[in-house]
Ligand binder design. Structure first.
Ligand code: NI
Ligand code: MN
Length: 225
């Protein structure tokens, strides 16, 4: 499994020969100008919620790649009404996709489309694929629901928001890592705009002092699990 950070909360995950994009917000992120959305490969696009900073590039990418949108029922219906293909889910539901098993799990946040229309309830994803298990938290507060994840899945990586203000900050993300029983964390949803700028060294030190590894990737940088 290969995971590439595309800036903000945008990720590309490659499992076998399947390409998955998560929350594509690239063309509107000046920090991600090195990424060209017209060159991204996608078989699936996972959306955690409907906020602009998670869906901006969905339609452009799906029209070119014919990727299948996977999200909550309301978001998928929104795109199906525009003629795009989707797989609707809701919290607690699991489906066996060709890349592995995916569960849509709880997140504490909101989820409206940019025009204010209802975007269902926000979520995160647990993916079990190619003998590696990851948790993509989405935009969320720290929540005790995270403790449910390790009851079923031994995680190899937890991808957690750390920018604070709109989501968890560093201190809550450290507790979240304990809740999901995973010491290997990829931080996201930081530095994109003023409210969520963080001190990288201090953030990494906080995790290191608790015997955890916080990875902060450059935009375009990848890790292999
Ligand atoms: Ni959001
Ligand atoms: Mn966000």
């Amino acid at each position: 499994m290969k995971i590439t950070f595309l800036g903000h909360a945008s990720l590309q995950i490659t499992i076998g020969d399947i390409n998955i994009l998560v929350d594509p917000f690239i063309s509107g992120n000046p920090k991600a100008s090195s990424i060209n959305i017209d060159e991204l490969q996608a078989d699936y696009i996972l959306l955690t919620h409907a906020h602009q900073d998670h869906i901006l590039d969905v339609e452009a990418i799906v029209k070119r790649t014919e990727a299948v949108i996977v999200s909550n029922y309301e978001i998928v219906t929104h795109y199906q009404n525009k003629g795009l293909e989707g797989h609707p889910m809701n919290h607690g539901g699991t489906w066996d996709f060709e890349f592995g098993k995916l569960k849509y799990v709880n997140a504490i946040h909101t989820s409206s489309f940019p025009d204010g229309s209802y975007g269902g309830q926000p979520g995160g994803f647990v993916i079990e694929g190619e003998h590696k298990n990851i948790y993509i938290a989405g935009d969320t507060a720290l929540t005790c629901d995270m403790k449910l994840i390790p009851l079923q899945t031994k995680l190899d990586l937890a991808i957690l928001p750390i920018g604070d203000n709109f989501t968890m900050g560093i201190d809550d993300a450290l507790i979240a890592a304990d809740f999901v029983e995973c010491d290997k964390i990829l931080g996201y949803h930081f530095d994109t705009f003023g409210y969520i700028e963080i001190d990288h060294e201090s953030a990494k030190r906080t995790f290191f002092e608790s015997d955890k590894d916080l990875m902060l990737l450059e935009i375009g940088e990848s890790i292999e699990l």
